[in-house]
Write a protein that binds this ligand. Structure first.
Ligand SMILES: C[S@@+](CC[C@H](N)C(=O)[O-])C[C@H]1O[C@@H](n2cnc3c(N)ncnc32)[C@H](O)[C@@H]1O
Length: 182
């Protein structure tokens, strides 16, 4: 199980409003849809129509189609589209496995989306960011995520960087941002 799912399972509750900021093939969207249940909503963002189609198909197959809003737009427009508070936001950076590597998340838009995600978080809510550094621009993007996360006020947010100790420094890692519970 991806480490991000441990944090999300801990915090996301039935009826919650949550966001998959990079839905890709829909694995995280389906997981979130399971957690929020029939009364909840998952906004699934991607800039590739093929990703949204794959995510829609995955949710329909799981019987969760009615739990998601599919958004063909960059996550840098998050706050424009999701206007109320949310319990969790998932970022899985990089490129879509099985598709071309030319469509990839980028440092500036990722940073803009992270700022909006943190601003939308409910107390106790979490933003999870899976960071991949192996592709062109990945290291720079990871540095941007860390710089942003490290600059968050400790009075308002708890922030962790989680790395596997038995993998190389180039392995993917997770950044988790929790809004301090009320
Ligand atoms: C690593 S994949 C996500 C995989 C996904 N979590 C899954 O379960 O299959 C990253 C995705 O981010 C998307 N993406 C790139 N830039 C984006 C942006 N500005 N806003 C939203 N999605 C973006 C890509 O199209 C790609 O599908």
């Amino acid at each position: 199980m991806p480490l991000a799912h441990f944090f999300l399972r801990e915090r996301v509750r039935p009826g919650d409003r949550v966001v998959d900021a990079t839905c890709g093939n829909g694995h995280d969207t389906a997981f979130l849809a399971e957690l929020v249940g029939a009364a909840g909503t998952v906004w699934a963002f991607d800039i590739q129509e093929s990703a949204l189609a794959a995510t829609k198909a995955r949710l329909a197959a799981a019987g969760y189609a009615g739990r998601a809003e599919f958004v063909l737009a960059g996550h840098e427009r998050l706050a424009e589209i999701v206007t109320g508070p949310v319990g969790g936001v998932v970022f899985n950076l990089g490129f879509l496995p099985g598709a071309g590597k030319e469509t990839v998340t980028s440092p500036a838009t990722t940073r803009a989306a992270l700022e909006q995600a943190a601003a939308l978080l409910l107390p106790g809510g979490v933003v999870t960011v899976a960071v991949y550094t192996g592709h062109a621009g990945g290291l720079e993007e990871g540095r941007g995520v860390e710089e942003w996360a490290a600059g968050l006020s400790p009075a308002a947010f708890n922030v962790w960087r989680c790395r596997q100790m038995n993998r190389s420094d180039a392995a993917p890692y997770l950044v988790v941002v929790e809004r301090v519970p009320a």
